[in-house]
Design a protein around this ligand. Sequence first.
Ligand code: C2E
Ligand code: CA
Ligand code: CA
Length: 421
Amino acid sequence: MSVQRQTEAKIRDLGERSKDIKTVLIIDDDPILRVVAESYFKSRGSERIESAANGAEALKIIDARGAGIDFILCDLNMPELDGVQFLRLLKERDYRGPIAILSGEHEAVVVLAENLATKHELNLVGALRKPLNFEQLDQLVRKSEDHLQEYDKTSLSDFKECDLKAALSGGQIRVFYQPKIETATGRIAGAEALVRWDHPERGIVRPQHFVPLAESSSLIEELTNQVIQTAIEDAARWRKLKINFKVAINLSVDVLYNLNLPDEIAARVDASELDRSQFIFEITESRLLEQDTVPMEVLARLRMMGFDLSIDDFGTGYSNLEHLKEFPFTELKIDQSFVAHATTDHRAKASVEASVSLGKKLGLRLVAEGVETAADWGFIAKMGVDQAQGYLIAKPMPMDALLEWYFEYRAKCVNGRPHFI
Ligand code: C2E
Ligand code: CA
Ligand code: CA
């Protein structure tokens, strides 16, 4: 087995991994270690992995990228500029991100370097001894992610209604797309539209930081309007390329209180000359418990008009068969918290099995979200889940990137099988 394969196999065994470490810098004079560490970060979804053979090379990268590095893995004994010198120069640059030391030096030297990093007030998350142990590295990376998430929470939770209002009128709302693949054929079934806020200072902001604010104010209607309009325009572009593509759009339960919603959507879709059946509306299961007749009427009419309806995050609420039967769903999306753990946790596995059996009984199309590894794919395909969506296939991306991805994916398929399995 190649080093890359061995690494990936090992990493799959480590269970659920979060993905907020996007840009990584690996500093080590040993090229094999760099390759092994690179494949570790690659497999856990980091988007950009830089590597340097010594401290001087690393500083060049840092100077070029500014603050945009989420994690540094640093050796101590290196030619030209060693790890101890590097830590001092890092301090001078006011670098705040997490750093882990990886060293083959005597323990006393490592402890000294740790103490120095602390004195420099650097964010040292820990020190590892060579050879590189994935479990230990994973622990340090997770620790760093917790740190980043905390930072995220405190820095992003302070959006105000007026900020979001300005974003909506100022054209800062974007739609990213994440593709879905048919497990039996490898065919691209379509994509889910996921909203993003292209914030002038904070960059691309994910929905958990502003959709709840939109829902608790009256802005969710305008936000949904913009997402639907963009999705229709983008779907029309696919149509021009003669690509048959289904687009899934998330609807908050809050917008289902507008009795005119089905007519408004139908009018817009019909004006674009797209087929209504090309659109799927996803509604989160847990919120549907609030049994009210208005959302029920709105969903029934959307379905009667020919749109698909999907029950999202399935398994996180308390639906039972009776409850589900009351709604005219055509698709069931198994929540990623079960999918991501199904191969390592028997309770998650049992939840997926129960969802599959329930969905099949009700004649629903089954979609697994959060498919991150080839093992996840293997499991859900064996279970008979119709479609897969997740980081294994692709992350959400802007429309132009999706088009590029589409052609690349098709070119790489081997006898209709995706190249990654
Ligand atoms: P969701 O509908 O469950 O969407 C799936 C989320 O999982 C997306 O997060 C996606 O980026 C993420 N994801 C996809 N594959 C993987 C994977 O393999 N691993 C992991 N860990 N995550 C994966 P995102 O884009 O941050 O969206 C979060 C939630 O925000 C969505 O969850 C949805 O509930 C909501 N949302 C997104 N767009 C809209 C929108 O236009 N309107 C409304 N009302 N809600 C939206
Ligand atoms: Ca969804
Ligand atoms: Ca979900």
